[in-house]
Every structure is written in C-alpha cells, then in structure tokens.
Ligand binder design. Structure first.
Ligand code: PEP
Ligand code: MG
Length: 319
C-alpha cells in the first residue's frame, strides 16, 4: 500500500497538519528542464548554469544565454524557477577565464576564486548573465528567482542584490554554503528575499573535507550534527525575517533528513527529480510538531550515524 501511495501522491509538499513545504527539482540543462514538463515538482529550486559556460574559449553572449534560459522557463509551464548564477570550480573550470588573467595554477580552487568571487573579479560575467535572465523573465512572464553561489558575507549579499535588482530581477537570493554565511544568515537576509542552503559545500567547508574525495565521505555526511547546527541557524534567521529558507544540496533527497530539515524550519526542498515522491510521502505522513521532535533528536546526537538512528526511531514506520 505504501508503494501505491507513492504513485498516487502528486500534490504539493505539505505536512499531515497542513504546513506547506515546496518540493522542487535541481536541474543543470534544458534537457533536465524538458523532462519536468509533466512532473509534479512545484518548480525548480536550483538551476545550475555552469553547462552554459563550460568548454568555451570565449564567454557566452547575452542572446545565446537568453535563448537557453527562456527554453528552461517555458518547460516549467509557469512554475517558479530559481536560477543560480554561474559557479566556476575545480570540477567545473571556466576555461575562457584563463585567457583573461586567471592564474591557471590556482584557478577555481575550493578556497580561492569561485562562485560570487569570480563575479567580483570579472563583473561582466554576472552582468551578461543577469541581463539574459531578466530578458528571459520578461519574455516568458515566469516568476524567476536568482541566487548567487558562495556568498561569504552580508556585504557580498548586498552587492549581489543591488546588481540583480538593477537588471529588474524581482526575487533575489543568496546561497548559504559557507559557514560564515550560516553564522551571519540574519544579516544576509536584511539584503535578500530568500536564502538557499547548499549542503554539499556547507559540509565541505564546515568539516574542512574536500567534497571530491570519496575517502572523506564520513566527514562529508550531511547528517553531521555540526552541519545540521548551521542549517538550524539559517532556518532560525529565515523565521526571524519571515523569509523563505530552502535547502538545495543533496541532503534534501534523503526522506529522513528531509524531515529533520523541515523540523528545523526549512520552507522548501530542492532535489534530484527522482527523489521527490519519496520525500513528499515522508512529509505528508508527519505533523510539523513531529518533524520538530525528529530534528531535536538528531541534533542531540554526536555523530552522523547516531543522528540518523535517533531520527529514524521517530519516523513513522509506514514511511
Ligand atoms: C551545494 O553546494 O550544496 C550546491 C547545491 O551547489 P553545488 O553542488 O552545485 O556546488
Ligand atoms: Mg555549492
């Protein structure tokens, strides 16, 4: 019966007692977006735009970008889309920058120039992307949210918000994926409309463990209580400002961990589309109060495995 329930549940994310939790998809291409055309996801919580910028000798122009963003927005048929501005990194090098004074020896290091830091050094990258997104927003009428990766300080959030609003972007956000951003989430929320926690990088930087090293997977486990503490701080800041707090890292795809995140006060979860029905099922079978108890149980533990065990003891066995 549990399997049938999974198939039948196509509605929005909501707790048993009616608290809404938006369930959205992570995508990285027009093809990913096209596959969502008749899916029940409520929107896109993370559109990673790196593919538009990779393996190129010159950056993509505004019009080239606009065509891609418009197709993605149209595929979602009016559902909201959160576009993340480009995040170069060790695993996604923006090669065209090597011809623009970027030092190949240190380019895109995890502790160096990536995410919003590249926008500070090369303002034209962000300007062309924001111009293209604003045009796509105007041409399609879709509610676009734009967020910047790797925001480290409230000042960076303010700078990003100012530039995005100058281009006419209505909903502006900051990713919380560096511990400093979680610690100062309340100050960041003075400048932006929402925050979105990237648990992949938040775990990497909290635990000082390179996310590409499989050997460190225990440290990178999003059930690490230290990572959950930082998510909790971000969620509390959202509540204080009455602004949305999303989680878009891989943590959101684990149904038990999703219950913990909801219990901490996270208001939307974005994940690989294939994970949505199991997460929806878990959330629909618990009350908001139960998710808070699950979150408290996990945070009281001192290792990822005991945090998961403590949470699972309180999860409805039907789920
Ligand atoms: C994250 O860091 O959790 C995230 C969602 O961004 P990415 O995985 O693209 O770095
Ligand atoms: Mg990230």
């Amino acid at each position: 019966s549990s399997i049938r329930a999974l198939d039948n549940e196509r509605g929005p994310g909501v707790t048993r007692d009616g608290v809404a939790v938006a369930l959205e998809a992570n995508i990285a291409s027009m093809a990913d977006a096209a596959r969502l055309a008749d899916s029940s996801v409520q929107g896109v919580g993370l559109y990673r735009t790196e593919a538009v910028f990779l393996e190129r000798a010159t950056p993509p122009g505004v019009d080239e970008q606009r065509v891609i963003y418009e197709r993605v927005l149209r595929s979602l048929g009016g559902r909201p889309v959160t576009i993340r501005t480009v995040d170069g990194g060790a695993d996604r090098p923006l090669e065209f920058l090597l011809g623009q004074g970027m030092d190949p020896a240190t380019a895109f290091e995890a502790l160096g120039l990536r995410g919003f830091r590249l926008d500070v050094r090369y303002p034209q990258i962000l300007d062309s992307q924001l111009r293209a997104i604003a045009a796509a927003q105007d041409n399609t009428g879709v509610a676009v949210r734009v967020m910047a990766p790797m925001i480290s300080t409230p000042r960076e959030a303010a700078e990003f918000a100012k530039r995005a609003r100058e281009f006419g972007i209505a909903q502006v956000g900051a990713m919380v994926e560096i511990p400093s951003a979680a610690l100062r989430a309340s100050k960041i929320l003075e400048h932006v409309d929402f925050i979105s926690v990237g648990t992949n990088d938040l775990a990497q930087y909290t635990m000082a463990a390179d996310r590409t090293l499989g050997e460190l997977s225990r440290l990178l486990d999003p059930w690490q209580p230290a990572v959950l503490d930082l998510v909790s701080m971000a969620a509390r800041a959202g509540k204080e400002h009455s602004k949305p707090v999303a989680v878009c890292g891989e943590a959101a795809a684990d149904p038990a961990l999703a219950l913990v995140l909801v219990g901490l006060g996270v208001t939307s979860l974005s994940m690989a589309p294939g994970a949505v029905s199991a997460v929806r099922h878990a959330i629909r079978h618990h009350s908001a109060k139960e998710t808070r108890a699950i979150a408290r149980a996990a945070l009281a533990e001192s290792s990822p495995s005991s945090a998961k065990r403590a949470a699972l003891e309180l999860v409805d066995p039907q789920v």
